[in-house]
Structures are given as C-alpha cells and as structure tokens.
Design a protein around this ligand. Structure first.
Ligand code: SDX
Length: 430
C-alpha cells in the first residue's frame, strides 16, 4: 500500500481512494470522497474495520498478541515503571526524567484533595449505589469547581484538568467505597505516593495506624499499568466522540466511564468473578456446563473474560496477570479456589474447537479480578480500578484528538430501512 491507495469501481464510475500508510499494522484507505461523489456510505457495525483516527499513543498487534505504549512493550513497562511514569508517558509521549517524575508526583499530591462541598455529593447516594455510578457522576460534579479550565483549546487548561482528574480519581473512588461501608472518609496524605495514597484512603480507619503493604502497592501499580490504555476501545472511542463536540475533559471522561461499565467491556472483570464464583459454589454449574452454555447460541451466556475484538491470540496483559496471580496469592492471600476454577475453564476452552476456531483467548479481565480480590478489593470496585488505570489513556487520546487538525465533530451516517413518507392520519381518524 502506498499513497496511491486503491481504485473502487462503482458501475461505470471509478473512484480513487487515497492510501494512508501506517508505521506498523493496518494501512488505511481514505473514503471521505465516497459519499459526496457517489452518494454511497460504508457499513461497518461496531466500527470493527474502520479507523476513526490516526494515533501515536498505543499499538495493539492482535495477531501476535503484542501491546506497546509510545513504542515501549507492555511487559517492560509493567516490570520496570510506576503507574505514574506510564501515565506521564501516555500523556507527554516520553518517559519522565527523575526530576519530571518528582514534579508529576508532587502535582498529584497537591491536587488529590476534593473540595469539602463534595462530601454532600457522596451523601446523596444510597449505600448500595454501584461505585461506577458514583465515579462517573462525581467526575462530572468536580468539573463544576474548575469551569475556568474547561476550554479544550487552551493547553494550560487541558493540563490543569488532566492533573486534577488523575489526582482526584483515587480519592473519589475511595470515598465511594467508604460510602458503601458506612465508615468515615479517609483523606489523602501528601507524604504518600499515588498508589500508596489510594490504598490508605481505601483501607485505613481513623481509629488505628494503617501501613501500606509494599507487595500490595507493587501489585496494584502493575495492575493499573496493564489497564492504562488500549487503542480505540469502546470507552476511549466514547471519550473521543464526546470530546469531538468540544465538550470539556471532565464530561468526556465521565462518558467513557459509563461505556467502560458495560459487562462486554470493563464491567467484564466483575462478571468474571461472578461467573467463577457461581461455578465454584453451585454444584449444578461446572466448567463443562459453562463451556456448553457459552457455545449454545440459544443461551446468551458468554465466557466472561474470554474473546477480544482485536486480540486473536493470547492478550499479553492476561499472560502477565496469569503469572502474577500465583505470585500475589502466594505472598498476600494464600490460595483462592477461583484461580483453580479459572485455570480449569481456560484449559477446557483453549482445547475446545468452538473457542480455538474463533480465536477466543483469555483477555485482561479473565485474571485481573482474582488479583484485585486477593488485594482486598470488593468485586463491585473492580471496574472502578479499571477506570483509574484507564484514565491516563482516556486523557491522552482526548488531548491527541483536540490537537489533530483532522478532527471533526463525530457524526456517523446510517443506512435507513424505515418507512418512506406516509400520509398523516389525524387522531380522531386513528
Ligand atoms: C475489554 O477493545 C478493547 O481493547 C477492550 C479492552 C481494553 O483494554 O479496553 O481490551 C478491555 O473490554 C476486554 C473484553 C472484556 N469483555 C469480555 O470478556 C466479555 C466476553 N467477551 C465477548 O463478549 C466478546 O469476545 C467481546 C465483546 C470481547 C468481543 O466481541 P466481538 O469482537 O464483537 O466478537 P463477536 O461477539 O462478534 O464474537 C465472534 C464470535 C461469535 O460467535 P459466531 O457468531 O462466530 O458463532 O465469537 C463468539 C461470538 O458468539 N464469542 C464468544 C465469546 N466471545 C465471542 N462466545 C462465547 N464466549 C465469549 N466470551
């Protein structure tokens, strides 16, 4: 493929579709003249074969099962970086120097406190409110304190908003969790680093000293890095969609959180644990019955944590998490019967023609919940943890979108199959 692209023959007419060369991965064809010149649109449900943007942030090689952020393999980043380093890399394009990282960490500490008026906001929710509903609502709510930073075309405002979102998200998440327990909110502390601060706000009580377990902090750093970004997935595409109308960063991220909540996307980590627990606790639910149900087209049950729109090989994040699960369980919690169920389920699926013929492998959500559980997080917080991890990816994509000269407000077309014009019948005659 080169800039010549391809020629499309439509009846007597032909249309040149200019090529767009990728550095790596799929090249593209620019179809923007197809509709204005020939009145034809393309049809691609879920945009499975459509590039909605050009990007330099993350590359996912679905066939090889590779993932890189700004050119760095995920394995390197997970093994050698802190989550804040990777967040900086995604946002600015390069790994931070020691001085840059110290300034970045200090900024996160400085902005970690919520305005005291936000406490009334949390009180308005019922105790059983799902923390994802609180997280997306609170993300919009905190934007009301920073309206002077809403302008997406002002670079300083964008960075200010980005820092406030990244710094306050762990505080919002921890307050949402404390709300569900009835225990008092624990405020952030400026002497703790990002992940340690979050763990302290989540699990400390005002009545006793709380010491962050370095093994848990290290494990959570890795988990957040593995969730940091992943190309134009459903929630990131949503953030770009909403941001394309020049909505502010807080509103765009809140929309992405709601997309992430779906069980086919980030909500899968909670659904996996519920599926594994059901198999472990219900004598009538076995790995065999789960596999059979997943293959049954008349049953809407799916093997949660399996399959992926892009990976037609093992998700590299799942590979890291599978190895990591044993290590974390050994060091933190001891055995977890759900890990054994997960490994049996994986073995059965990978040796079943239904899954192998469709290239269905474990994805990031298949093992992440087992580790989140071992670290002491309740299941309903799992997608919140995914959101904290994905936040720098959402922000980096939103920033890239606002800086791309090709960006236009997102407004897809449709193929209309409804009624053509009908004669109106007034009410008294219907
Ligand atoms: C994430 O996009 C990203 O990058 C997402 C993510 C990120 O980091 O942002 O990686 C995070 O969302 C991971 C995915 C978490 N979701 C789940 O684990 C839910 C279970 N998985 C499936 O629902 C599904 O695999 C999706 C949603 C992940 C992908 O859906 P696709 O690409 O639309 O695939 P499909 O539904 O067209 O499936 C193709 C075939 C179908 O069978 P046939 O019609 O060919 O007979 O595979 C079957 C599907 O029925 N299939 C499954 C299955 N996943 C696909 N069958 C049983 N169990 C499954 N899990």
């Amino acid at each position: 493929m080169d800039e010549r692209g391809a020629t499309l023959q439509i009846g007597e007419n032909s249309l040149d579709l200019p090529g767009i060369k990728a550095n790596v991965g799929n090249d593209g064809l620019n179809i923007s003249k197809l509709r204005p010149n020939h009145g034809i649109v393309t049809y691609d449900p879920g945009f499975a074969n459509t590039a909605s943007t050009r990007s330099t942030i993350t590359y996912v090689d679905g066939n090889a099962g590779l993932l890189t952020h700004r050119g760095y393999p995920i394995e390197e980043l997970a093994n050698s970086c802190s989550f804040l380093e990777v967040a900086y890399l995604l946002l600015y394009g390069d790994l931070p120097t020691k001085r840059q990282l110290e300034a970045w960490q200090a900024s996160m500490q400085r902005h970690s406190l919520l305005n005291e008026e936000m406490k009334r906001f949390f009180d308005a929710f019922p105790k059983r409110a799902h923390p994802m509903a609180i997280l997306s609502s609170a993300t919009n709510a905190i934007s009301t304190f920073y309206e002077e930073y809403h302008n997406p075309n002002d670079e300083e405002s964008v960075i200010e908003s980005a820092q406030r979102l990244l710094a306050k998200m762990p505080t919002i998440a921890a307050f949402a969790y404390k709300k569900s327990t009835g225990f008092p909110y624990i405020y952030p502390r400026n002497d703790l680093r990002y992940v340690e601060n979050f763990l302290h706000m989540m699990f400390a009580l005002p009545t006793e000293e709380y010491h962050v377990d370095p093994v848990i902090a290290k494990a959570l750093n890795v988990l957040l890095i593995l969730h940091a970004d992943h190309g134009q997935n459903c929630s990131t595409a949503t953030v770009r969609f909403v941001g394309s109308s020049q909505a502010n960063l807080f509103a765009s991220v809140a929309a992405g959180m709601n997309a992430l909540w779906g069980p086919l996307h980030g909500g899968a980590n909670q659904a996996v644990i519920e599926m594994l627990s059901n198999i472990a606790n219900d004598p009538n639910a076995t790995t065999e019955s789960a596999i059979a149900r997943a293959k049954d087209k008349n049953d809407d049950f799916r093997l949660m944590g399996f399959g992926h729109r892009v990976y037609k090989n093992y998700d590299p994040r799942a590979r890291i998490l599978k190895k990591f699960a044993d290590d974390v369980l050994d060091r933190v919690k001891g055995d977890d019967p759900l890990l054994k169920v997960a490994e049996e389920l994986e073995y059965a699926a990978l040796n079943d023609e239904y899954f192998s013929s469709r290239n269905l492998y474990p994805n990031v959500d298949f093992y992440s919940g087992i580790i989140f559980r071992a670290l002491g997080f309740p299941v309903r917080m799992f997608t919140v943890l995914f959101a904290i991890g994905r936040l720098p990816g959402w922000i980096a994509n939103w920033k890239e979108m606002t800086e791309d000269p090709d960006t236009r407000i997102a407004r897809p077309r449709q193929i209309y199959l409804g009624e053509t014009t009908r004669e109106f019948i007034p009410l008294h005659k219907r």
